[in-house]
Design a protein around this ligand. Structure first.
Ligand SMILES: Cc1cc2nc3c(=O)[nH]c(=O)nc-3n(C[C@H](O)[C@H](O)[C@H](O)COP(=O)(O)OP(=O)(O)OC[C@H]3O[C@@H](n4cnc5c(N)ncnc54)[C@H](O)[C@@H]3O)c2cc1C
Length: 408
């Protein structure tokens, strides 16, 4: 027989979205338990680089303590196009991006002591197994090293990332999105001519959907994003060869390596999953992911909004999900904008202004890079997203918003 624990809100997942949600709820006096299937500080594939907007959110949450979590700074993103041999850089509009210690970031958010409250309780490792809702309360069954625990709560927030179990449990026959995986390795550098003050990207079809690198001290981190099933070691070797040939980079074998799933399709196609009944989904579990070092930013903001919706709805006696959907609309628009080719061409949806960087190229170079980008876009064709993206771009252009009819 499982032990029983009661609380106001259970949050499945103690990543940036879950931690931001917990912090918001704790600050309003809710009793919150966070369940995470990994121990705090477990190694993650994420590089932990936080954009200027995310830094503002973190400073708002942690005040003076925010500075403790940061490591290096990066002033710009540089995009390399090996086929045509061109590159351009885009600076961040409001200060540098900074690499944070991710475990410290989420730990500090979870322990934030505000008013008389004492932070969220974290139960880890604790894996969510099942969910049942009776109209009044949600029952969450979770398994840890000491056995099963049945949690009874008024609301459940699913912040359990790309592979969300909560999402699978509440949307059993959910339309399947293709799976992408990211591999991150960290190497000691023998030689490196890449500018260490910048984050480098290679949007090139020979290296998966995206390859990237960033340096600190005597280390270089490499990342590759590719469709599930693509030979990862072959792509990784090819990326290392490219770095050596084009940038004189020589690296020792990796001393760190982590691999994880990325839930890309919903953000690209504006199909978000805010939840059902008394269960709210947030962060990557709900489909929110931003490219170019802004994933943590949207996880923090959507997580805090989930907490806000529960707190506000409780005060006025309505169900949080309706309010949550309303509050999310702005974030969803900003997130889809970052993938929308018409916004990329005619606006500046990213925190680093890519158009300014692109315009530093000569006209011939712009044509060559444009051709490279078109070839790269074709890597998304097998997923059937092209027509939907074009249609969404047109609606956004004509009405200023995206239809929310595709949301679950
Ligand atoms: C290789 C790589 C590099 C990246 N680099 C950056 C970067 O530098 N900057 C940036 O902004 N973004 C980056 N991202 C994206 C960023 O990591 C994600 O967008 C962000 O972490 C999403 O936050 P989240 O809280 O929604 O989910 P997650 O961070 O994935 O957190 C989910 C949590 O839920 C837990 N969990 C999962 N399943 C269960 C379960 N069944 N029961 C209980 N707990 C569970 C997990 O252990 C985890 O702690 C990167 C992603 C990858 C893959």
């Amino acid at each position: 027989m499982a032990q029983v624990r009661k609380c106001d809100v259970v949050i499945a997942g103690g990543g940036p979205a879950g931690a931001a949600s917990a912090r918001r709820l704790v600050s309003s006096g809710f009793e919150v338990i966070v369940l995470d299937n990994a121990l705090p500080g477990a190694r993650r594939p994420c590089s932990g680089i936080v954009s200027p907007q995310a830094q503002t959110r973190i400073a708002g949450a942690l005040g003076d303590k925010a500075e403790e979590i940061y490591l290096e700074s990066y002033s710009a993103l540089t995009f390399h196009f090996p086929a045509s041999g061109h590159s351009f850089s885009a600076g961040f509009e409001s200060g540098p991006a900074r690499r944070a210690d991710r475990a410290l970031l989420t730990g500090r958010l979870l322990e934030a002591r505000l008013h008389e409250s004492s932070g969220a309780e974290v139960h880890a490792p604790m894996e969510v197994l099942s969910i049942a809702e009776d109209g009044e309360r949600v029952q969450v069954l979770a398994r840890g090293p000491d056995g099963d625990v049945a949690y009874q709560c008024r609301w459940l927030v699913g912040a359990d990332g790309a592979d969300s179990s909560v999402r699978s449990l509440i949307y059993p026959g959910l339309e399947q999105f293709p799976v992408f995986r990211a591999l991150r390795t960290v190497h000691r550098v023998i030689d490196n001519s890449l500018d260490p003050s910048q984050i480098h990207f290679w949007p090139d079809p020979s290296h998966g959907l995206l390859a990237w690198a960033h340096a600190w001290d005597d280390r270089l981190a490499l990342g590759i994003l590719r469709a599930e099933g693509e030979g990862i070691s072959e792509l990784h070797d090819r990326f290392i060869d490219l770095l050596e040939q084009d940038h004189g980079v020589r690296l020792a074998p990796p001393d760190e390596s982590a691999d994880g799933r990325v839930f890309l399709g919903p953000a690209i196609t504006n199909r978000y999953m805010p939840g059902k009944g008394k269960v709210l989904l947030t962060g990557e579990a709900a489909g929110f992911i931003n490219p170019s070092i802004e994933g943590i930013s949207i996880a923090l903001s959507t997580g805090a909004i989930a907490g806000e919706a529960v707190a506000r709805a409780h005060n006025v006696g309505v169900e949080p999900l309706k309010l949550y959907r309303e509050l999310l609309a702005k974030e969803a628009r900003a997130c889809t904008d970052k993938w929308n080719p018409t916004r990329l061409l005619f606006s500046s949806p990213h925190e680093a202004d890519l158009r300014v960087g692109f315009k530093t190229l000569s006209q011939d170079e712009q044509h060559a890079v444009g051709g490279d980008l078109m070839r790269h876009m074709k890597t998304l064709k097998p997923y059937g997203w092209t027509l939907r993206v074009l249609w969404l771009g047109l609606i956004r252009f004509l009405t200023g918003r995206y239809p929310s009819g595709g949301w679950l």
